[in-house]
Design a protein around this ligand. Structure first.
Ligand code: NAD
Length: 421
């Protein structure tokens, strides 16, 4: 199975055009949404543990802020590139519009391999990157969050660096500059698990829609980081067996079910699922062809092409990751009658609770976990049902339906406001 080069932004744009035809989107709005508003690239020096100075490249792409401040994660990965970040930024615009969250879309990244960095190096990279972004971010302007390779620690450093650039009297008003912070720094209860939780709610809604008994069904999960592990834990609590799993270190299978908690404990120590004793090592092909009802991609984009789609046994792909199915994969899945719950819906739990965190910071409130969980469940289930109904009414895929709903919201707003000047 080879992974072909992926024109990620082109693929998102093609989906946008298809959805635009379905809702008869005006050509003006299509033009307005066709490119990000700004693409920021910064180069910055960081002192490494060896004592040497190294130059790093960071990115922030701001796609659209029609509905509210730009919003989107920060990725630390050696392969990040401008095409990928543009695509991910635009997905955030559709995601927030679909979820009816008053944010726009953005994405950022630093080209680095976080697995090879010490904590001190990650902190210095994060602080210097934040400083270099300067006023390009802000609680009313552009609000970063965690993504692949980053988490609460990076968000705390970003927040602290940004707050220290404000005047003393203004410091506390800047706390909402990032979401996904540690709880003690103003993070929201439930944010860490929120993306995986949204994935689990979508799987549960799909089961309901398709008369599948969730309890006793099986899932395979690619990527066992923030999204994959929390999706695994929550699905496990709903009675879904994890029968295969994989990450950058390799793939594992156990038809009798993998102990998700024990696997998580192993990953916390070793950083990878590889070497876990409760399952057999297997090939990537064996992983994708394992008997299961759900495939949850929760790693990176471009993971499911035609080859993977052809051997897949799952009935439904719930996209925890952004852009995991490429266009050839999507065609093959459609031909085989395998349904896809698209990324902009399936992983929207993260940005939804990020919005709750931002609200709590702005209002100086602290919500209970029960409040966060019940609001999130309502938001995801409502969005799922809107997407399902749109897809049925227009005879289209759930991906086109999700984009169609997002575009309707954006186009109504553009219609009311007009285009400057
Ligand atoms: P993470 O860094 O916590 O985990 C990523 C996982 O993917 C790790 O298990 C890693 O080993 C695995 N992986 C990396 N490269 C791989 C490869 N080539 N093959 C197989 N596995 C590989 O990242 P995350 O935050 O869980 O994000 C995962 C996906 O979910 C990304 O697409 C991200 O954009 C998306 N997402 C994340 C959030 C969030 O709140 N963190 C929100 C929405 C969407």
């Amino acid at each position: 199975m080879s992974q072909t080069p992926y024109a990620f932004f082109r693929s998102v744009h093609d989906t946008l055009e298809e959805a635009g035809r379905v809702i008869e989107l005006s050509s003006d709005v299509a033009v307005l949404l066709s490119q990000p508003k700004s693409e920021i690239v910064v180069n910055f020096p960081v002192r490494m543990d060896t004592g040497e100075l190294e130059m790093f490249r960071g990115y922030r792409t701001q796609h659209n802020n029609l509905l509210g401040p730009y919003k989107g994660g920060i990725r630390y990965h050696p392969d990040v590139n401008t095409d990928e970040i543009k695509a991910l930024a635009s997905l955030m615009t559709w995601k927030c519009a679909l979820m009816d969250i008053p944010f726009g879309g953005a994405k950022g990244a630093v080209k680095c391999d976080p697995t090879k960095l010490s904590v001190g190096e990650r902190m210095r990279i994060t602080r210097r990157f934040t400083h270099q972004l300067g006023t390009n971010i802000g609680p009313d302007h552009d609000i970063p969050a965690p993504d692949v390779g980053t988490g609460p620690a990076e968000m705390a450093w970003m927040m602290d660096t940004y707050m220290n650039t404000a005047s003393t009297a203004q410091k506390n008003a800047q706390r909402a500059v990032v979401t996904g912070k540690p709880i003690a720094c103003g993070g929201s209860l439930g944010r860490v698990k929120a993306t995986g939780q949204g994935v689990a709610y979508c799987a549960s809604e799909w089961a309901r829609e398709n008369d599948l008994k969730l309890d006793g069904s099986r899932a395979i999960i690619q990527g066992f980081g923030n999204v994959g592990s929390h999706a695994g834990l929550l699905l496990d609590s709903m009675g879904v067996d994890l029968v295969a799993v994989g990450d950058f270190g390799g793939y594992l299978v156990n038809a009798k079910g993998i102990d998700v908690r024990a696997l998580l404990a192993h990953v916390k120590v070793t950083g990878t699922v590889a070497g876990f004793g409760g399952a057999e090592r297997c090939s990537r092909e064996d992983f994708f062809s394992a008997d299961a009802e759900f495939l949850i991609p929760a790693a990176l984009e471009n993971q499911i092409g035609e080859d993977e789609a052809r051997i897949l046994k799952a009935r439904c792909v719930v996209e925890g990751a952004n852009g995991p199915v490429n266009p050839d994969g999507e065609r093959a899945l459609r031909q085989r009658g395998i349904d896809v719950v698209p990324d902009v819906l399936a992983n929207a739990g993260g940005v939804t609770v990020s919005y709750y965190e931002w609200l709590q910071n702005r209002r100086s409130e602290r919500w209970t976990l029960e409040e966060v969980d019940s609001k999130l469940e309502m938001a995801v289930v409502r969005a799922y049902q809107r997407v399902r109904d749109f897809a049925q009414n227009y005879g289209c895929s759930k991906r086109i339906a999700a984009y169609g709903l997002a575009l309707k919201t954006l186009s109504e707003c553009y219609g009311d406001r007009g285009v400057f000047p």
